[in-house]
Design a protein around this ligand. Structure first.
Ligand code: APR
Length: 320
């Protein structure tokens, strides 16, 4: 699709469960014209046509097109990548590494060729490894590459806190740091219900918080076990669209997201979930907050898992 004057262009690589929802949500929010790419012939074209046919009833004026040709992503302002396999029951995100690394290499080379000026949001799992691989293969500036993880993990925690307190999840704020895996680090000390620290909220006890944290850590697996045929797609799509909106409109909102660290939080040369400001240039700023010794220890443990995936990818030649 040719880039239209004065309209943003959003390209979605992968037209599966998350990709299709991203396309619909991007259109409904009026973010710009959408190109849906997939390797499966007909799949992105069919979904695009279906979404376009919903516009007449919704007063939407942008375009959604489907393609199997990377040329159509030329001139994209933003690219969101969901290409790859989702987990099935019993699998960890890391079990997807070999299969998705092969896919991500092809995606990164094509995005580099056709959308070199875009900001890229990676959703494919294992998230921290995939976003690192994309950055290495594409050679994109590190601030132009970000992974959607913390916004989803913190949305899950906000949901469970909302269920427990009866307060709207929108009024609950929290951070989740670390890798997008079982050892992610929900930061309870920085969690507020309408400005009230979570542990001071009436009826909230440490035991209840521990249970909510555990459910958040297993939040993805809980859904995989219920769906049985794939993984979560609505909340991941909303997470990425919220990030994309902040980038496309230069909103400079703060999210926890997988961003490149070069010494921040004591770690180097990995992508890991930390608080960042997202604006027109992608990651505008990495925010370093004070962690107590327990929080730092938990973050280090999570970072070490991310570093191990990086070592595996280096050994297997996925990074070149
Ligand atoms: N290039 C582009 N798309 C590809 C490629 C490729 N080389 N290989 C596979 N795909 C497409 C598939 O054809 C499929 O349509 O990626 C799409 C993935 O869609 P789903 O299987 O529905 O998976 P989804 O639920 O969208 O999750 C995608 O995001 O959250 C992560 O763990 C999840 O890694 C998974 C990814």
């Amino acid at each position: 699709m040719k880039k239209r004057f004065n309209r943003k262009k959003i390209s979605l690589i992968g037209a599966g469960n998350i990709g299709g929802n991203l396309a619909l949500m991007a259109a409904q929010k009026g973010l710009g014209d959408v190109v849906l790419f997939d390797v499966v012939p007909g799949l992105p074209q069919g979904k695009a046509l279906d979404i376009m046919q919903s516009f007449a009833a919704q007063n939407i004026h942008t375009q959604v097109s489907g393609t199997n040709d990377y040329k159509d992503i030329d001139g994209s302002d933003i690219v969101i990548i969901t290409a790859g396999k989702p987990r099935l029951p019993g699998m960890s995100r890391d079990d997807l590494l070999d299969i998705n690394a092969k896919i991500m290499k092809d995606v990164a080379l094509n995005v580099k060729k056709h959308a070199p000026d875009s900001v890229v949001i990676v959703i494919s799992n294992p998230l921290d490894a995939m976003v690192y691989q994309f950055a290495m293969i594409s050679g994109f500036e590190k601030n132009k590459v970000v992974g959607m993880s913390g916004i989803l993990d913190s949305s899950r925690l906000r949901t469970f806190i909302s269920m427990e307190t009866g307060v709207s999840p929108y009024d609950i704020r929290t951070f989740v740091l670390g890798g997008h895996g079982d050892d992610m680090v929900p930061l309870i000390r920085y969690t507020y219900v309408g400005g009230i620290p979570l542990l001071d909220f009436p009826g909230i006890t440490k035991e209840k918080v521990d249970k909510m944290v555990e459910r958040t850590r297993n939040g993805g697996a809980e859904i995989v076990n219920l769906l049985k045929t794939g993984s979560a797609f609505y909340a991941p799509a909303v997470g990425a669209i919220t990030m994309a909106e902040s980038i496309l409109s230069d909103q400079r909102r703060i999210f926890s997201a997988a961003a490149f660290v070069n010494g921040e939080y004591g770690h180097k040369d990995i992508f890991i979930c930390i608080p960042v400001i997202l604006g027109g240039n992608g990651v505008e700023k990495v925010i370093e907050i004070n962690l107590n010794p327990d929080e730092k220890k938990a973050l280090d443990k999570s970072a070490h898992s991310v570093e191990s995936s990086k070592e595996i990818m280096t050994k297997k030649g996925y990074l070149t």
